[in-house]
Design a protein around this ligand. Structure first.
Ligand code: ADP
Ligand code: ZN
Length: 216
């Protein structure tokens, strides 16, 4: 059983949805850095204010800010129980810092699940996405609708469209992804940690494929 996992892939490839299923099934903590930032922004904290503009424009939050949070994210309990990182690392510097941190804690990453996805499907998925502001669960107006319209199945809170889920901002996020994050595919392939999954599959098939990799 693999317990220290990174999910890598473009926005809309299904990382968050698969992680939410795996979390339930395998009791691994799901850490979404985007969700972390969205909560800070909603709560109006100092950190939230610091990252609002970047998140809303779809730019990357600077490495110094992200890496300053790594120790808080990767608590000793999380390292012990096992984790799925979703949205981190996103730059070469973040990946190297994470490797160093995990090596020091004697808790190296075990597998990087790479979910690829064609661009037209990404746009369709993201513009139809709705998210629970309270618990972070993802929905899609057609592919994954909630039981009662506009309400989260899990906690009953209102579902919203993320301000960065508009076509223009998605295009910017994709550009950052292609230029800065996608090279991490080779980084992890060279480290012998990469397993590729087809992110174009539906969420059920993607979940099953991921579960098989974790169980092996
Ligand atoms: P996506 O659906 O694009 O994967 P996320 O929810 O992971 O979106 O992230 C939303 C936003 O939060 C990003 O566009 C970026 O501004 C910021 N962000 C999240 N994680 C990181 C990170 N590791 N490094 C820099 N910025 C990040
Ligand atoms: Zn919810």
């Amino acid at each position: 059983m693999k317990r220290r996992i990174v999910l890598l892939g473009p926005p809309g490839s299904g990382k968050g949805t698969v992680a939410q299923r795996l979390e339930k099934e395998f009791h691994l903590d799901h850490l979404s850095t985007g969700q972390w930032f969205r909560k800070e922004i909603a709560a109006g904290t100092e950190l939230g204010k610091q990252v609002t503009a970047d998140v809303e424009r779809g730019d990357l939050v600077p490495d110094e800010v992200v890496l300053g949070l790594m120790e808080r994210w990767l608590s000793p309990q999380l390292l012990e129980r096992g984790f799925m990182l979703d949205g981190f690392p996103r730059t070469r510097a973040q990946a190297e810092a994470l490797d160093k941190f995990c090596a020091e804690k004697k808790a190296p990453l075990e597998v990087v699940l790479y979910m690829s996805c064609p661009e037209d499907l990404i746009i369709e998925r993201i513009t139809g996405r709705r998210v629970c502001l309270s618990c972070g669960k993802n929905y899609h107006v057609r592919a994954l609708p909630p039981h009662s319209p506009g309400r989260c199945d899990l906690c009953g809170s209102a579902l919203v469209q993320r301000p960065d889920d508009t076509v223009e901002v998605v295009k910017n996020r994709l550009e950052f992804y292609r230029k800065i994050t996608e090279p991490l595919v080779d980084y992890y392939r060279n480290a012998g940690k990469l397993v590729s999954l087809n992110g174009a599959l539906g969420s059920e098939a993607a979940f099953k494929a991921a579960a098989q990799v974790l169980a092996s």
